[in-house]
Write a protein that binds this ligand. Structure first.
Ligand code: GAR
Length: 217
């Protein structure tokens, strides 16, 4: 049997995407070895989730570092201690230095709460509503030095409703993140995705954006 893909997840906050990953692993839907959860916020609820599920956790508080490069070097040391084949940013809210991104090129993915390339950065839901978007959503993509600009693995689309407040829209988008992030990790673990220039191929074909997805049984 091929050994399970070694994965490290980086979080900053609530950790609901991490929870979706842990649930998929526990449910036998995600054939990976989740080696550790690394977090930059000592009080993040996601750390308690990871501990409760029995996973190793490491906190690297960015406030302990005067320069971004020093923080990223220590972060990389913490990550490398678990020898990951894939590093997943699941609500990790620090901008990473080019050196960090290059170190994990091709094995660093991120979930972002918009249909990239629309609405990179923060406050994506309020911005989508303000822009009059009819459709919004979430994206899982490879991380490159271009912030929120790397090759897209998968997207899920969510309608924007007439009376939507940012919080309500965010909740519907988050529910889709919980589907597409484990799905992208599963594809990666199954070695079904490859980067071809600025796009991603799944089973040798371009991945299209699609409506609501569910993790296969
Ligand atoms: C998620 O919506 C994720 O897409 C977003 O933070 C939230 C984390 O939620 N990430 C970014 O905005 C990264 N730029 P969670 O901690 O409950 O998974």
């Amino acid at each position: 049997m091929t050994p399970r893909l070694r994965v490290v997840v980086l979080i900053s906050g609530c950790g609901t995407n991490l929870q979706a990953i842990m649930d998929a692993v526990a449910g036998g839907l995600l054939p990976v070895d989740l080696r550790a959860v690394v977090c930059n916020e000592p009080g993040a609820p996601g750390i308690a989730r990871a501990r409760e599920a029995g996973y190793e956790t490491v906190v690297v508080d960015h406030r302990d570092f005067s320069a971004r490069e020093r923080f990223d070097a220590t972060l990389a040391e913490a990550v490398d201690a678990f020898d990951p084949e894939l590093v997943v940013l699941a609500g990790f809210m620090r901008i990473l230095t080019p050196g960090f991104v290059r170190r994990y090129a091709g094995r660093l993915i991120n979930v972002h709460p918009s249909l990239l390339p629309d609405f990179p950065g923060l406050e994506t839901h309020a911005r989508a509503i303000a822009a009059g978007a009819r459709v919004h959503g979430a994206t899982v993509h490879f991380v490159t030095e271009d912030l929120d600009g790397g090759p897209i693995i998968v997207q899920a689309r969510v309608p924007v409703l007439a009376a939507d407040a940012p919080g309500a829209l965010a909740a519907r988008v988050l529910a889709q993140e919980h589907v597409i992030l484990p799905l992208a990790i599963r594809w990666f673990a199954q070695r079904r995705i490859e980067v071809d220039g600025d796009r991603v191929l799944l089973d040798g074909l371009p991945v299209r954006s699609r409506p609501a997805l569910s993790l296969p049984e």
